[in-house]
Design a protein around this ligand. Structure first.
Ligand code: UDP
Length: 149
């Protein structure tokens, strides 16, 4: 019997940096994708990714930037990371779907729990970018929210 049937994985943006100071380390991304590909044979997997390797709203606010604008920049950073992971998983033959809490329809379908569950049941790894879609939150909150949903 399977130990878990459905799992929500939270990956921090910083984890994607590897030894770099900024951005995405391709080797690290590949390592995560390998592990996720393996785990997806055992359970349905949804993933929420952070954006701290690119931008955090508080970081902008500390330099005088508007907090809300900065938080949206952070949410877009999570979409960039989500796209990178999706692309790497797809290159390994893993069926994936990208949903986003920030509506950005050329790139990702809008997040709804009904859609996410349907996609999971159809055998996709579901990546949820854009955090909660609201400023003043982090992807830790977003992952708790998505897990409950
Ligand atoms: N963010 C937000 N609302 C959310 C999720 C994220 O405003 O629901 C913004 C916020 O500025 C945050 C940034 O996106 O700092 C990146 O997310 P986070 O800091 O959680 O990334 P991590 O630390 O996991 O890399």
């Amino acid at each position: 019997m399977k130990k878990y049937t459905r799992v929500l994985l939270k990956l921090s943006g910083e984890a994607l940096m590897g030894k770099q100071q900024y951005g995405i380390d391709p080797q690290r991304l590949d390592d995560y994708a390998e592990e996720i590909a393996e785990a997806s044979k055992q359970a349905q997997i949804a993933i929420v990714i952070g954006g701290g390797n690119i931008f955090r709203g508080l970081q902008g606010a500390s330099k005088g930037m508007d907090r809300i604008q900065g938080d949206y920049m952070g949410m877009l950073a999570t979409v960039i990371n989500s796209m990178a992971l999706q692309s790497t998983l797809q290159s390994k033959g893993v069926k994936t779907a990208l949903l986003s809490g920030v509506f950005i329809d050329r790139i990702a379908d809008s997040m709804s729990s009904a859609k996410a569950i349907r996609l999971l049941e159809e055998g996709n790894v579901v990546i949820i970018g854009g955090g909660s879609g609201n400023p003043f939150f982090t992807t830790d909150t977003a992952s708790a929210l998505r897990a409950v949903e």
